[in-house]
Design a protein around this ligand. Structure first.
Ligand SMILES: Cc1cc2nc3c(=O)[nH]c(=O)nc-3n(C[C@H](O)[C@H](O)[C@H](O)COP(=O)(O)OP(=O)(O)OC[C@H]3O[C@@H](n4cnc5c(N)ncnc54)[C@H](O)[C@@H]3O)c2cc1C
Length: 397
């Protein structure tokens, strides 16, 4: 019997395990896929990690890994509207901080987190392991639920059985843990696809994250450690299909023109991938002896690169809540403890989800009057330091 079983060893599940490394809890992480070997060239799936998450990772030694050389700090962010003259620039120097965040390949961050998790005696990493059945017994009776819920029992395809006092679903957007706990999730498709790939440009990225809003969807160029940039282009479905069908030479031209040659010509482009874009939020983050974190609980539009950051914040808050309860000798897996995590995180996650949907709507509209307001707004904010500071503080976490 483990105190805690985490289903899912993605960025969020491993962040949670990392926060519990060295604690009195016995923890198991169950992950179905072995981590990809880190290639010579950067991988296409990258994340912008904000300062709040970075602070936790640095405090917990995650960035002491030799892989830190694959992490690229960005000092500036430049955002512009392709339909007008509106633009805004955020500079870490103006904020008195060394960087606005870092761009890191998802599998590199997972490897770094895994190094710290593997070196902890209290954590067992079960991978590759697929779950065949989860037996989660709970009562909706608010008075007696803590007493009635004893443990969850997970049967793995290998035949192994693991039990947990607290079952944590960090198993992504199609969470099985969420399903067995009968937690409802409201979801909506954006009718967009995220086209991702890496590019070599004729001009250096200048450690700047570039983001252009255009009628077909937002396009981001995120700086990579080797001078290349990773692009995330959120496209209406018809554009996504068209751009995937182009050969590399034609795609390079379309991309350079879309970015208004901010980084010059596109010299080289990697394989392109598409991800369907949707947003969703669960009705409850917790039940007795069960909690959902990361994409299992909520997912948002990637236009501001905040999805993983929200999940990492969930992981650290949940860890703080149960560590404090254990220290105070209270029922750390009980519903009345776990709701403290839900209370701290739900509002922030809902606000970010609503903001991303609002931004997508505001910048996706082709209306000329709206375009003028948008452009004027961007440039106005650029000239009001206090407002600019407020916006960037939100993004930095
Ligand atoms: C195009 C795109 C760009 C993005 N860019 C950014 C960005 O710049 N910054 C940012 O913060 N966010 C970004 N995001 C969002 C971010 O990628 C996600 O929010 C984040 O990866 C979610 O992490 P997670 O660990 O919760 O889920 P996942 O990454 O989905 O991990 C879930 C893990 O659980 C495992 N699993 C699932 N089911 C089982 C099972 N039954 N048994 C065992 N294991 C299981 C899976 O194999 C997986 O490893 C982007 C998203 C997209 C689509």
């Amino acid at each position: 019997m483990f105190d805690i079983v985490i289903v899912g060893g993605g960025i969020v599940g491993l962040s949670f395990a990392n926060a519990l490394a060295g604690s009195d809890f016995s923890v198991a992480v169950i992950e179905r896929n072995e981590l990809d070997v880190i290639g010579e060239k950067p991988d296409c799936r990258v994340s912008a990690i904000n300062r709040s998450a970075l602070k936790h990772f640095r405090q917990r030694g995650v960035f002491e890994s030799s892989l830190v050389q694959r992490v690229c700090a960005f000092e500036k962010m430049f955002v512009w509207d392709q339909t007008g003259a509106g633009q805004i620039e955020f500079d870490s120097a103006e904020l008195g901080v060394p960087e606005l965040g870092v761009i890191v390949e998802n599998n590199v961050l997972q490897h770094m987190l895994l190094e710290s998790v593997r070196s902890a005696d209290n954590i067992t990493y079960l991978c590759p392991q697929e779950i065949s059945e989860i037996d989660y017994q709970f009562s909706d009776d608010k008075i007696s639920d803590d007493k009635k819920h004893l443990a969850s029992r997970l049967t793995l395809v290998s035949g192994k059985i693991v039990s947990a006092k607290l079952l944590v679903g960090a198993d992504g957007v199609n969470s099985k843990v969420r399903d067995v706990a009968l937690i409802q999730r409201a979801k909506q498709s954006y009718q967009q696809q995220g086209l991702v790939c890496n590019v070599t440009t004729s001009e250096h990225h200048q450690n700047t994250a570039w983001q252009c809003f255009m009628p077909s969807g937002p396009l981001a160029f995120l700086p990579l450690y080797n001078g290349d940039s990773s692009i995330v282009w959120s496209l209406d479905e018809t554009y996504a299909e068209q751009y995937m069908a182009l050969d590399d030479e034609a795609f390079k031209i379309v991309l350079a023109e879309a970015s208004e040659f901010k980084l010059g010509e596109i010299l080289d482009v990697s394989q392109r991938f598409l991800f369907p874009l949707s947003h969703g939020h669960v009705s409850e983050y917790v039940k007795p002896g069960l909690a959902l974190i990361g994409d299992a609980a909520h997912n948002i539009h990637p236009l501001a690169g905040q999805g993983a950051n929200l999940g990492i914040a969930d992981a650290f808050v949940l860890a703080d809540v149960i560590l404090a309860a254990k220290k105070a000798n209270r029922q750390w897996a009980a519903l009345h403890t776990l709701v403290k995590y839900q209370r701290q995180r739900r509002g922030a996650n809902q606000l970010m989800e609503a903001s991303m949907t609002g931004f997508k709507e505001l910048f996706g509209r082709k209306n000329a009057a709206l375009s003028e307001v948008r452009n004027a707004g961007l440039s106005l904010v650029d000239h009001i330091p206090a407002l600019k500071y407020k916006i960037i503080q939100q993004a930095l976490g």
